[in-house]
Write a protein that binds this ligand. Sequence first.
Ligand code: HEC
Ligand code: HEC
Length: 241
Amino acid sequence: MKRFKVLLFVVANLCVSASIAQMYPADGNVGVPGEEMFQACGFCHGNQGQGRQRLDAPPIAGLQAWYVERQLNNFDNGVRGQHSEDLPGAQMDIISVMLRNEATVENVAAYVETLEPGGPRMTIGPPGQERPEPLERPFTWESEYASLDVPEPGNAERGGNLYNAVCLACHGATGLGLETLGAPNLTVLPGWYMERQMEYFRDGIRGADTRDSYGQQMAAFAQFLADDQAIADVVAYIETL
Ligand code: HEC
Ligand code: HEC
């Protein structure tokens, strides 16, 4: 019931802020132009793709088009965002079904890649008195995945040793990813999002579906992180890249 209420909250907000009509191209084979389609993404991911932490929506600006495309298809095919603990994924899942055809998916993914990472946090308040919006969720999400439970903040030095031993082979020494291995750029992602994804991979919430070959590879390596502290450490290191 709670899950339903949160989803209703998000969809209701979305309906007022995004012009849903643009999601439905008249001709089934013609794609909606990427920039136009992106207007429907901005409500959650920020108008410049800079992310909105309070809605659990990560920055997507600067993610590679091939990776964005794969994830949009993953959500649409029910490979990602289905687990009952994955409330953020369920929000994204609603949107992905609205991307009517492959051409639209390709267009919006290509557009997302062109966005400059690191845009300023979204603001609230009347014109002239804008201030950065709060980071706290506007709703309660009761789940162990809502935040990481660690005894101490991530230690980048320990994390660096882990990264070089386990992650470097696929994500590269600078964290930019390797398209040939399907491993995405991690440098544009914030710690709070990566921590949750690492827990998801470790616990079979993401990357468990047999159709998700890339996710399965990643999930296998998430098992090398012994506990939440190891996740915090490795993420602290990635944030220095
Ligand atoms: C209702 C809010 C909402 C809207 C609208 C939305 N998203 Fe998302 N999106 C999310 C959330 C929340 C996540 C994080 C899911 C998770 O944590 O697994 C996400 C995740 C993603 C991811 C995965 C990011 C990654 O690094 O793996 C991509 C790509 C993405 N969204 C693209 C889009 C695009 C393109 C649009 C517009 C067509 C869009 N989203 C619209 C909420 C939204
Ligand atoms: C065998 C290659 C491989 C190794 C080793 C690996 N990854 Fe990955 N990683 C991937 C692939 C492939 C994906 C994309 C999965 C998908 O498509 O959903 C991914 C996805 C991720 C994501 C999610 C990115 C996003 O935008 O949502 C994070 C975070 C991540 N990896 C961090 C790590 C860390 C930290 C390590 C080391 C502990 C690691 N990876 C080791 C291949 C790998």
